[in-house]
Unconditional design. Structure first.
Length: 348
């Protein structure tokens, strides 16, 4: 195979630079990443019926009729039951009212009675449009809490009715509601970040122990980070939120990136035949075969998941696919360039 790198690798570097700039822009500027419901808090509505439900129809229905910032629907189809699993963010008005009530509770605890009354009255007016008057802060808070409870129940009843009417379910339906606490979501996000950082640190230590060289270690670490950034950019563009599912997929990308880069680094540094560019070119065929077979499997997984509306597998497949596409750039352009430069400088 013709040497594709010697004398040319510096020219190729413009490609990863451009990809990185655009990926950072898409992931962190516009459209930007969104946190999933399980990280920000929200509700889960489980629908059970003998009638088959369509996830896309439910999602479009809820987005059009309710002021929801996030909705995720997956269907339940088994021999025993059918239905849908609906995750949705809370109505912004209900979130705002809840925040006012929480602030009122804090004000009462700190003996700021007038402020507590004012916050409770704001919450009631936001939810019902009523102008109330109170002198006792605890009575005002209790009234606001009752109004919020009633508003939540009305919202849920409207959502249930919309689903029942859309699919003509009649009496043949059961609903189960579950709340996802924002506190739990925040703790999950922090835990996920700690796990990712710990994984990156441990992988870096193992790589450095294996090669005992700074530049090869930096090359592999940059490839892992690059792949994750590309995957994050794809998530932002496709509207896939950061969730426990996608965090798992991002960690899987780290593992795959290490495999391909260790194979490349080992061959370029330890193979005694030919110059660095030739060794990298020989490694390219093996690397493309490895990545190509995985990408093919992921494409099949994505198509099947989309067809059968398996949301979890679909999101994992998409994140991994774009992470691997990013790996082609980070490994076979950026890391190759660093390794060739390192070998050439070492010979001087």
């Amino acid at each position: 195979m013709k040497d594709l790198y010697t004398g040319k690798y510096k020219m190729y570097m413009i490609i990863p630079i451009l990809v990185l700039i655009f990926s950072l822009f898409f992931a962190f500027v516009y459209p930007g990443l969104k946190l999933g419901i399980e990280l920000t808090g929200g509700n889960v509505l489980i629908v059970r019926s003998s009638t088959e439900l369509d996830a896309i129809t439910i999602e479009n229905l809820l987005k059009s009729e309710f002021d929801l910032t996030q909705v995720s629907v997956s269907t339940i189809n088994s021999a025993n039951s059918m239905g849908a699993y609906i995750e949705y963010s809370k109505d912004p008005k209900l979130i705002q009212a809840e925040e006012l009530i929480n602030s009122a509770q804090i004000a009462i605890d700190e003996e700021r009675d007038n402020e507590a009354i004012g916050l409770s009255i704001q919450s009631i007016k936001l939810l019902s449009g009523k102008d109330e008057s109170f002198t006792n802060p605890k009575v005002a808070l209790a009234a606001a809490q009752d109004e919020l409870l009633s508003a939540n129940e009305n919202f849920l009843d409207k959502m249930k009715s919309a689903i029942v009417n859309k699919f003509n379910l009649g009496e043949d339906v059961e609903f189960q509601i579950r709340e996802i606490s924002p506190t739990f979501g925040e703790a999950s996000l922090v835990s996920g970040a700690y796990i990712a950082i710990l994984a990156l640190v441990l992988i870096t230590i193992v790589i450095f122990i294996s090669f005992r060289q700074i530049i090869p270690t930096v090359g592999i670490v940059q490839a892992m980070i690059f792949d994750v950034i590309v995957a994050l950019a794809a998530m932002a563009l496709l509207g896939i939120p950061i969730s426990l599912i996608t965090i798992s997929a991002l960690l899987m990308i780290l593992g795959y990136s290490v495999d391909s880069n260790i194979m490349l680094t080992s061959r370029v540094l330890k193979d005694k035949t030919g110059v660095a560019g030739e060794k990298a070119t020989r490694s390219l065929k093996t690397g493309l075969t490895m990545t190509g077979t995985t990408i093919s499997a992921l494409v099949v997984m994505i198509v099947i998941s989309h067809f059968y509306q398996i949301e979890v597998m679909l999101q994992i497949g998409i994140v991994l696919l774009f992470g691997l596409l990013g790996d082609l750039v980070s490994t076979w352009i950026t890391n190759v360039g660093l390794l060739i430069w390192f070998v050439e400088e070492r010979k001087k």
